[in-house]
Design a protein around this ligand. Sequence first.
Ligand code: GLV
Ligand code: MN
Ligand code: MN
Length: 409
Amino acid sequence: MKANPRIDAEWLHGRLEDLARVGATAGGGVTRLALSDEDRVGRDLLRDWMEEAGLAVRVDDLGNMTGRREGRERIAPVLLGSHIDSVRRGGRFDGPLGVLGALAAVRALDAAGIETRHPIEVVNWTNEEGVRFEPAMLASGVVGGRFDRAYAYDRADRDGVRFEDELRRIGYLGREEDRPESAAAYLELHVEQGPVLEDAGVPVGVVEGIVGITWLNVTVEGQADHAGPSPMRLRRDALVAASRLVAAVDRLARETDEIAVGTVGRLVPEPNLINTVPGRVVMSADFRHPDPATLDGMVERFRAQAEQLSAETGVSVTVDRFWTSEATPFDVGVVGEIAAACEELGLPQHRLWSGAGHDAKYVADRGPAGMIFVRSRGGLSHCEEEFSEPADIEAGANVLLLAALRLAD
Ligand code: GLV
Ligand code: MN
Ligand code: MN
């Protein structure tokens, strides 16, 4: 038995490249929306790679894919995973790194002839991004007990296509008894998607928790009208009102503190025609903060501003806060093992919080979990420019491997 198992970096980079070709965009990113044809092709590849690594693959009733490596004992597994769905024109590593990094870790254990006490399971969670089927982390949320399966099945995309129907269409509707088991520990390797590690000059980070996230659906109702004969004083233009709400989201976050963020990322004016005053706008708002009271405070102030706008302009505004993912500190023991793995590799132990949501949140609601971050160039993600250096990816995957080994043995 080799003393020091290490990731086969060439294999990992090669498979990341292969997956990045599925749904590749002209700008060097990927569009592989959950349960799309591209997602199916990616899943088929992943299944092949899992089987090639000797894992027993199963698919559950949410489409989550799990590959199992047996341990010496029949006890709770150590789960390693992330997602392979992407946002539209997103990056190539957001998600796949955690799944393929996990597979690379299992392969490294095999290559070193290492058996572990706990089984190890590699998981690909369905619809982490929540851009096709809102909200995010939908399938890990069902497994974690946050959402009913019926709620997930009925989520529909912009064309009204249901989650369950797409799961069946792409051939990934499995059985409830094939869900990932309750884990002894869960580890997720991911690109940082922010500027902290780059600013600190550190390749890999030890994640201490995930900030609170809340999503609102905002509907602005005015009156559609002809762009010519309708005088300005008589208008109830929904888009003009919505533009003030967009600015309010941005201002509220800036006024809160240095770490609060607020984003309007989706906005649809109707009827969206050149010569018609917009009668209706449907838009999103996304607020994030590690402190629950501060997060709630931003939402309340947004509601108050929406009411005031409504009184001033005669448009009506409804605000539906349809999803909140509470701030989640990770398990101290798991975080400690990740830090120890960094030390073993001679890497600094830089601790930070995640501003992005991850499936680790819903897994952490049920058991010990932790995450490892890899430095992102320019802190960019959810865009085609997302990039992490191959050497940083390799370092992160080796931290995952050694942390998994510590937890599984
Ligand atoms: C998922 O990527 C999120 O943080 O919205
Ligand atoms: Mn992700
Ligand atoms: Mn993402």
